[in-house]
Design a protein around this ligand. Sequence first.
Ligand SMILES: [Zn+2]
Length: 395
Amino acid sequence: MILFTTYIRWGRGVLQNASGAIYMRLSREDGCGNPESASISSQRILLMQYARAHGIAVGYQFADDGISGTTMKRDAFRRMLALIESGAIRTLLVKDLSRLSRDYIRTGALLEHWFPAHGVRFISVDDGIDTQSAAASGDFFPIRAVMDDWYARDISRKVRTAIYARQSAGYCTAAALPFGYCRSGSNIIINQKQAETVRQIFHVYTEGAGFRQIADMLRDPASPLFSPERRWSDVSVRRILTNPVYIGKLRLHITEKLSYKSEIRIKAENPIYCSVQPIISEQEFEMVQERILSRGHSRPSAHWLSGKITCGCCGARMHITGAGAKCRIICGMRKRGGDCRNPSVSMTILLRMICEQLQRDGIPEPQTHCRSLIESICISADTVTVRVRYRRPTA
Ligand SMILES: [Zn+2]
């Protein structure tokens, strides 16, 4: 959660050569209530006092306000690391180790390897750590770092338990409601107009229309099914037809984070249902489910990689054609007869390349997790670049 980040370059000219930096961080889990939190100011006062007392000229100030120490995606923090890398910062002051990070692996990596490698003197005022003085040795870095990490884990668990408890007690924690429902105060009620569209979608499907045909009707102003409230596609029609909310079961807690440090969401093992008023009879819903299975188009949605692949030669989006062993990826420009010369690639080969890259990056199986990790793929005549939504520690 980014409330704001600031980065102040002090006293241009006067302190130009000052290579000291102070870093401050406050997150919601630290219990901030007020904006430009008193605690950032108090950290600043403490650090500046310490710097003055020890003859350190501070040329840079970095503050991340409202950002958790479990993430490295902190603007001011990143800029600070970049300046350290460029050699502009020689001394870094923080109030305590947890300001730097609440992830003990990263804290350790920074303190034990990265700062020494860049010749940075590191001072943690509250912990009495100063890497330049032998007396104030950092023998207990690891223990402090583990404690800070544990604190973040504990808070994360408490928040999750609270949300889970609310969901289990029947509160709807969903941010957006499915088509056909709306909120009235704290209650979830049926939106009659949308509900009528839902009933018609089920009805038309049982009469034999397919997903795409229904989507066409929903988009067609001349059709009695016309509904301009959504952008309809075969995928959104299928979602309506398979969502148990229409028999009164609103799914909550559909996905969950891989871990408290991870940005990756995976399908939850135990989804929770919240009761709402049904729109469709269970009998009709079941009939539709059976029909969807028997028609054999259980997944009209595109290949999981579609939309993620671009052509490295012309920049066009690449299309996935064919199925099974004959599935290939071809440049959209080339397919349309444009002058791109990028040859098509077999899906089998591409998948093998992806697996190899993930393994090199140290991302293990299972594959279902890997799928959500892949952000984009760029295929040129001789190289395949896979961008993975996973960051190795900066240090
Ligand atoms: Zn191309």
